[in-house]
Design a protein around this ligand. Structure first.
Ligand SMILES: Cc1cc2nc3c(=O)[nH]c(=O)nc-3n(C[C@H](O)[C@H](O)[C@H](O)COP(=O)(O)O)c2cc1C
Length: 585
């Protein structure tokens, strides 16, 4: 493809970046375009063998951000903790329309947030205690906050409202009262009983530890949270889809993030997305908008609460994060894409998966990142194929969680296969969009084999590129982390980067990370179902990964790494329940 609107940086020289606060132009005349800001940000936040992306370089414990946002003055509705032991099998989350949608009530909303964003455990070692959640997060720093716009619901409120989800309390903070007429206007185009959820990011939470690369991690976390929301909806027989025509200003107004006075002295939340949750069939037009008028009326409603400050001070600011956040606000509409050439469920799985090992509850609430892998567990090829098949949308557009995002896959997998029975070790490629195989082939090393693995389901676009032991290589390019070589397999998520930015605009930079996070969330759950574990890997050496696959142009970029395998438990840690007897430091 021809890059007409993007700056191309070749060789090893650093790309130019825009000094100061980003308002200066890189060359005389106009300032940098949003695409230039994105590309410059991406380049300067790469980790290299000889230099990591800029960060403080040490942990400033005195300013460690509070992982829990609260709004003082907003009333808290505690949600009844769902009873443990729900029998719904995990595999059923992926089967559309196989259960009666749960009615909307305080109990179903409680289960929805329990499976999406709640705490799942407290961990303790010596005097240190910390919590873990359903959604994973880089460094366990949890920059993502969740919101809901709900109709009147018995035991929650008799009028519609905007709520912030408080994970430590498993409760909803009522941020705004909505007039029933405003609610009716806002949801006029949606099926009866629909509601909205929103996500925001507090970039500082990640930047405190990771510096400039933190914006990437915040977006990964949004992708993971979008995944947990989609699976939580599936567990109730509900559907959930991103409203990608709703611009950032509208997200901000709907969630109250534009209210300067409510954040006086507190870290701002960056508006990420709103998604529609429906109980019945999809509305006929999936590219739904919200009425501008109704959104303004939400913003003009009565609001409650002021945000807590998360750190006493910020020892350092990272202006490039603000720059890239501004540059990626442009709209990024991708509705109505064509999926007719994608495989059917039968072609992907051979036999559709209608049985499994665990309940949805056990997989969702039991999900954990492996901190170390055992360097011995091997998985059957059939398990490997099933995990990968879960990552490819089906042609009917109904596969969970891919029905939550309207665009065709832009993230493909460069795999390092170490211990998969019946398969040669080596490098593999999964083209998540079968239509991209040729483009990937042109981009990668000419000597690659592009051979279909034996017994691979016909619809799974998986190829063996090169045989050989790549355990040390996988660990080396993942910042030297052994987990990438000691699992059954690990992978780099290769984004169709330049074409995405050209097609959808700079704002889509974030969507690429969201898609990568969604891929990661499926891998986390699939690993649990297979009785093993996985771990997201945000720390990797970008360009060395590209070199492994022979990618020399900037058009394709590695966006996230993952490892899957037999875990080694950290026996030094004590595990405590998430709620009830939880220690709340
Ligand atoms: C975007 C992202 C990047 C991550 N990067 C790494 C990594 O480079 N190395 C690692 O050991 N764990 C990594 N993790 C795992 C987190 O440390 C883990 O999710 C967090 O500690 C919370 O634990 P849990 O996943 O068990 O809830 C990453 C997780 C995410 C979501």
């Amino acid at each position: 493809m021809v890059l007409t609107r993007l700056p191309l940086y070749v060789g090893t020289a650093e790309p130019p970046f825009f000094p100061g606060d980003g308002s200066q132009a890189s060359s005389a005349g106009s300032g940098p375009s949003p695409e230039e800001v994105v590309v410059a940000y991406h380049e300067r936040t790469k980790h290299h063998y000889h230099r990591y992306a800029a960060s403080l370089g040490y942990m400033d414990w005195a300013t460690q951000p509070d992982p829990f946002r609260r709004y003082a003055g907003a009333s808290l509705v505690r949600l009844p903790l769902p009873e443990a032991g729900r029998a719904l099998p995990y595999w059923q989350l992926y089967v559309a329309d196989c259960m009666e949608p749960a009615p909307l009530s305080i109990d179903s909303i409680s289960l929805f947030f329990r499976y999406a964003l709640s705490l799942t455990a407290w961990k303790r070692v010596h005097e240190t205690t910390w919590s873990l959640r359903v959604n994973p997060s880089s460094g366990n720093l949890h920059p993502t906050d969740g919101y809901a716009l709900l109709p009147p619901l018995y035991a929650i409120h008799d009028r519609p409202g905007v709520y912030h989800y408080a994970p430590k309390e498993h409760g909803l903070e009522r941020r705004a009262d909505l007039d029933p007429l405003v609610w009716a206007d806002l949801t006029a185009a949606f099926p009866e009983g629909s509601f909205l959820v929103g996500l925001s990011s507090i970039h500082w939470r990640e930047a405190w530890k990771y510096g400039e690369r933190a914006f990437r991690y915040c977006q990964h976390d949004v992708g993971h949270a979008l995944g947990t929301l989609r699976f939580a909806a599936a567990a109730l027989g509900w559907k959930l889809t991103l409203l990608d025509r709703v611009g950032e200003d509208a997200v901000s107004q709907l969630l109250g993030l534009n209210r300067d006075a409510d954040y006086a002295g507190a870290e701002r939340e960056h508006p990420d997305l709103v998604a529609l949750v429906v109980r019945g069939d999809w509305p006929s037009d999936r590219g739904l908008c919200l009425s501008k008028e109704a959104v303004s009326q939400v913003a003009a409603s009565r609001w409650y609460g002021t945000a807590n400050a998360l750190s006493s001070e910020h020892s350092v600011d990272w202006p490039v994060i603000d720059q890239v956040a501004v540059a990626t606000t442009s709209s990024r509409i991708a509705a109505d894409e064509e999926f007719s050439k994608f495989p059917s469920e039968e072609e992907l799985f051979e036999a559709p998966v209608r049985s499994g090992s665990f309940t949805a509850e056990r997989v969702i609430l039991g999900r954990r990142s492996a901190v170390s892998m055992d360097a011995s567990t091997a998985i059957p090829a059939a398990t490997f194929f099933r995990m990968l098949a879960r990552l490819v949308p089906t042609r009917d557009g109904r596969s969970v969680p891919w029905d939550a995002i309207p665009w065709r896959p832009r993230i493909h997998l460069g795999l390092f296969v170490h211990r998969v029975n019946e398969l040669s070790s080596g490098l593999y490629l999964l083209a998540r969009d079968p239509g991209k195989v040729e483009a990937l082939r042109q981009t990668m090393r000419p000597e690659f084999l592009w051979r279909r693995p034996p017994s691979c389901p016909p619809g799974l676009p998986l190829y063996l590129l090169k045989e050989g032991d790549c355990r040390a290589l996988a660990a080396r390019v993942s910042c030297g982390q052994d987990i990438a070589g000691d699992g059954a397999f690990s992978l780099g998520m290769i984004a169709d980067y330049a074409d995405s930015l050209v097609t959808y605009g700079a704002g889509f930079y974030r969507n690429l990370f969201w898609e990568a996070g969604l891929v990661g969330q499926v891998l986390y759950l699939e690993a649990e179902e297979a009785g093993i574990r996985s771990t997201g890997i945000g720390c990797y050496f970008d360009d060395p990964v590209h070199q492994v696959f022979g990618i020399s142009s900037r058009d394709w970029q590695s966006f996230y790494h993952f490892t899957v395998g037999g875990p080694v438990e950290d026996t030094r840690l004590t595990t405590l329940p998430a709620y009830g007897a939880s220690p709340t430091p």
